[in-house]
Design a protein around this ligand. Structure first.
Ligand code: ATP
Length: 354
């Protein structure tokens, strides 16, 4: 097990900065997600922690030891890739035992370890099969087996489920999380899939263009997004944004937007300028009483709820309402916002006003 501390970590490739000064802490035993769009620097960050890439500057502490410039083999970290890097000519047993044999472990110990790991992963009955003919899921289990068999301090996983189809991916995500809960080893996991990050992670770092936008629990990043980028990247459909010019005062409990007063959580810093009122779809309800009105332009049925798109003077809004509520395209509806859950952003910087 390991606690990992990242301090002012930076990586440049020539003139290009892939990771800007990043700092965060991964607690011992945590399932930690690096989340962001393609090219934001997730993999580079992960590779630096694993020792596959050396930082341009900054420090990496694993259990209190600074290892930033040390080679991978001195860090005792296992790396699990997306493309199940297995030895195709070997059977499952040999693939899993290979790291132990190359460490010089005795034959009896190797047999015991492989038996234990294959029991944990439920692959005892395929140990003698060549990996070439296995399904994607079984191959991924073998790759995991090879990573966990040597009991490293931590696991680095780069989109490990990326090559699986959607349905199986969800199943493997649950399996992986259950495996982690049983073993308790610190795991750093790269994904661009916000749902996967929210479902699996204890903590999430959200990255964009090499910069950490926010670091927190899934609930923190969903309920209290630090920036418009996070509010938009997390949640499906994402947070609604209503843009307006106005001012907020410390302690104020509402803002004047267009012709309506909108409730906001109080105790804000004073601010005047271009504001954005951010509200999640599930915090908008459609009622007849409200003065804020709009026209229904679409409704998407999702089982117990539906996503209703309403055209308003401030732009289109998406509301998540019970699917039992009858709405018709073209009809006028009133909108009520649960303002205590809203977030105000400075439109220029994109940062949340706190
Ligand atoms: P993806 O999910 O697409 O892999 P990512 O968030 O993991 O994205 P990185 O792979 O860390 O992103 O890459 C961040 C940026 O650094 C990208 O623009 C990439 O092209 C660049 N980059 C990564 N490795 C190198 C390298 N060895 N040389 C030059 N540029 C690189």
């Amino acid at each position: 097990m390991a606690e990992i501390i990242i301090r002012n970590l930076r990586k440049t490739f020539g003139d290009f900065t892939a990771v800007q000064s990043s700092s965060f802490k991964i607690e011992d035993g945590e399932f930690f997600m690096l989340l962001g769009p393609s090219g934001c620097g997730k993999t580079t960050t992960l590779r630096m922690i694993a020792g596959l890439e050396l930082p341009t500057s900054g420090e990496i502490y694993i259990d209190g030891q600074e290892v930033g410039q040390r080679p991978a083999r001195q860090r005792d970290i296992a790396f699990v890739f997306q493309m199940f890097a297995l030895y195709p000519h070997m059977n499952v047993r040999k693939n899993i035992s290979y790291p132990l044999i190359s460490q010089g472990m005795s034959k009896r110990q190797v047999t015991e370890k492989v038996a234990e790991v294959s029991r944990i992963l439920g692959i005892e009955d395929i140990l003698d099969r060549p990996v070439g003919g296995l399904s994607g899921g079984d191959r991924q289990r073998v790759a995991l087996g090879r990573a966990i068999v040597r009991e490293p301090k931590a696991f680095m996983m780069d989109e490990p489920l990326g090559a699986l189809d959607a349905e199986f991916r969800e199943h493997m995500a649950e399996e992986l999380r259950a495996l982690h809960d049983r073993m308790g080893a610190t795991t750093v996991y790269v994904t661009h899939d916000q749902l996967e990050a929210m479902q699996m992670g204890d903590k999430i770092v959200v990255m964009n263009h090499g910069v950490i936008e926010q670091f927190g629990t899934p609930q923190d990043v969903y309920d209290k997004p630090a920036s418009m980028f996070v509010a938009d990247f997390i949640g499906s459909p994402p947070m609604n944004f209503l843009r307006f010019h106005g001012q907020v005062h410390p302690g104020a409990s509402s803002v004047r937007m267009h012709h309506a007063d909108l409730v906001i959580p109080s105790a804000r810093e004073p601010f005047e300028g271009d504001l954005v009122y951010g509200i999640r779809p599930e915090h908008i309800s459609l009622t007849d009483e409200s003065d804020s009105r709009g026209e229904v332009v679409a409704a998407e049925y999702l089982g117990t709820t539906q996503i209703v798109t309403v055209k308003t003077p401030g732009g289109d809004l998406k509301a998540r309402v019970p699917s039992g509520q009858t709405v018709r395209s073209g009809e006028q509806v009133g909108l009520t916002f649960n303002g205590m859950t809203a977030t105000l952003f400075d439109n220029q910087s994109g940062r949340a006003l706190r």
